[in-house]
Every structure is written in structure tokens, then in C-alpha cells.
Ligand binder design. Structure first.
Ligand code: ADP
Length: 307
């Protein structure tokens, strides 16, 4: 059964310069390289889901500029349906300006640009795509009112809502009540629950305290410690797959894309968690965001490996 997933979220261009050190105010530093990558949590998760085997539709907004065209082409190349990605007239394509120094430490300035122009009315236009999906996936790099509106549209049509509340911010109670699947990392669960967590039982308690519907599924990603799945009565923890970690960028996005696909395929909870854990692990073995997102065949192999 092919999973059908729609993703309403951000589409960014990542502009990365490599420099010996970060410039002081007023200083000009001679950099060594410049690279351009497609990014944005929404687009990353869309590519992750498509590579994991889902029929994936992106709902978003780029600018009417060369970066917008490039990002649309890149989504299409990755088999993501872009019919519902529109072009904002008055805003530049969402941009992350990243400086990486010789130690690999980065500073980042993100401008939401066209992502900030994705309005509830754009979601109304794409309602057909949401209604035709098994699952709607969202993050928080588009306006919150748009996220809430999209969740309402999905709920009205009986489509499940997966929310990855990143970057962390306070959420309206109504939105949490519309969530079927929540995927958070260690920082996001602490921020949402207001509880500090160190042990696995802290995470379970924090997850159970969230004002979600009783049937909601909660997944917590724990970096090199693996991931947890929590539902009403059950907690599962899977340690991380033992892989050589090169760059953890987009591990969370790989996890979400693979998880969404597995859940939309109606796999059992343990199998879905295993496949997401495998996708996250595969993503850390390769540098970069979208280049590191694994394909279904790779997920199949690692998820079947016992260790
Ligand atoms: P985020 O980047 O969103 O904070 P995490 O760092 O928690 O996400 O990583 C997401 C998932 O990727 C983890 O739950 C795990 O499955 C996998 N992962 C992350 N780091 C490693 C690692 N060092 N080794 C193996 N798997 C990892």
C-alpha cells in the first residue's frame, strides 16, 4: 500500500560560506568556499518521506526569484508533488545564511521570507491535497495560524495530523487537541511540557502530561540515545543504531519523513519506530541536509539489522 502524505511547511535555500573564523562586527573575512543547498524543515521532511516511499505532496510558498525556481525543481527531482507550492509576489524565498568556521561551528541567520506568506487561504486552496492524504505533516516554520488552520482541515476530513513542533514555541491548546502524532526532540519536549528531563522515565512523564487527545502517539528523538514511542499505556525505547556519525544535520527530518511514511502504511508501532530510528541513523552518516536523507531500500536493510 503506497502511503499518501501531504506536508505543509517551510522551503528554504541554505547559503553556506566556509571561513577561517566568524567575522567580528565591521570585519571582512576571506572565506574558502560557498555552497547552496535546498533546505527548510518542510521541504527536508517532504524529500525524506518521498525517498522513504510515500507519494508526497508539498504545500508551501517560495519567492518569485531564482532560488524559488531552483527549490521547486529540486522538490520535483525528488518526486515531491509541487502543484500546491505557490510563489509569493512580495517576499523573497526563505533563506538561511550559514557561516561555518574551521572548527565546524556555525552561526545562522534565517529569514522566513515567502514561508511567512503561507496563509490559511493557501491551505484552503490545497484542501483537496490534504483530503486525499493518509497523513498531514507540519512543523513550525510557517505562521502558527496556518498550522492550526491546516490541522482543522485535516481533522474535518478524518486525515491524521503529525506535528513536529520545531523550532520550539508555545502552542495554542486547540492545536495540541488536533494532533494525532507528535514528534519532538529533547529540547522541544522540555519546552512544551515545562519539565526538565534527564531519564527515560522523565521523558515518559513529560509526554504523558501534555494536553493531547488520549489516543495521541508521541515520539521523542534522543540523538545518539535513539528514540522513544509513547501511547496511552505503552512506552518503547529503541537505542540508536550504531553508525559512524559524520553530521547530524537533518537526522530529525529523516526520522519524521520515515515515521510518517511507516504510519501511513499502517505498520505496527514498533516497526514504524524502528524504521524512523534507522532513517535518522542513516542521515548522520552523510554530511548535509537533503543529500543525507536515506532511500527506502537503505531503510529496509538497516531496520532489519539486529544489533
Ligand atoms: P534533532 O536533530 O531534530 O534534534 P535528533 O538529534 O534527536 O534530532 O536525531 C533524530 C534521530 O536520528 C534520533 O532519534 C536517532 O534515531 C537518529 N540519530 C541521531 N543521532 C544519531 C547517532 N549519533 N547515531 C545513530 N542515530 C542517530
Amino acid at each position: 500500500m503506497t502511503a499518501r502524505i501531504s506536508i505543509a511547511g517551510s522551503i528554504n535555500i541554505d547559503l553556506v560560506v566556509f571561513a577561517p573564523h566568524h567575522p567580528q562586527i565591521g570585519e571582512t573575512v576571506l572565506g574558502s568556499d560557498f555552497k547552496t543547498y535546498p533546505g527548510g524543515k518542510g521541504a527536508n521532511q517532504a524529500v525524506a518521506a518521498a525517498r522513504a516511499g510515500a507519494q508526497t505532496t508539498m504545500i508551501g510558498k517560495v519567492g518569485r526569484d531564482p532560488f524559488g525556481k531552483l527549490l521547486l525543481a529540486s522538490l520535483k527531482q525528488n518526486n515531491v508533488e509541487t502543484r500546491w507550492v505557490s510563489q509569493a509576489a512580495g517576499a523573497p524565498t526563505g533563506t538561511a545564511l550559514i557561516t561555518v568556521d574551521e572548527q565546524g561551528s556555525n552561526t545562522i541567520v534565517v529569514v522566513a521570507g515567502s514561508n511567512g506568506a503561507l496563509k490559511p487561504t493557501d491551505l484552503d486552496s490545497a484542501a483537496r491535497a490534504i483530503h486525499a492524504s493518509d497523513l498531514l505533516v507540519m512543523q513550525l516554520e510557517i505562521p502558527l495560524e496556518t498550522v492550526v488552520h491546516a490541522a482543522r482541515l485535516a481533522r474535518q476530513a478524518g486525515v491524521q495530523v503529525l506535528l513536529n513542533p520545531a523550532p520550539a514555541q508555545p502552542l495554542p491548546a486547540e492545536l495540541l487537541q488536533l494532533v494525532d502524532v507528535l514528534v519532538v526532540n529533547e529540547i522541544e519536549i522540555a519546552s512544551l511540557s515545562g519539565q526538565s528531563c534527564t531519564t527515560l522515565s522523565d521523558y515518559t512523564a513529560a509526554a504523558r502530561a501534555l494536553p493531547l487527545p488520549p489516543s495521541a502517539l508521541i515520539f521523542i528523538t534522543l540523538g545518539g540515545q535513539g528514540a522513544m514511542a509513547i501511547n496511552g499505556g505503552q512506552t518503547i525505547h529503541l537505542p540508536a543504531f550504531n553508525v559512524p556519525a559524520v553530521d547530524t544535520t537533518a537526522a530529525g527530518d529523516a526520522f519524521v519523513g520515515s515515521l510518517a511514511t511507516a504510519l501511513a502504511e499502517k505498520r505496527p508501532l514498533m516497526s514504524a519506530l524502528r524504521r524512523a530510528n534507522a532513517a535518522g541513523a542513516l542521515a548522520v552518516t552523510i554530511a548535509g541536509a537533503q543529500p543525507s536523507l536515506p532511500y527506502r531500500s537503505q531503510i529496509d536493510i538497516l531496520a532489519d539489522t539486529t544489533q
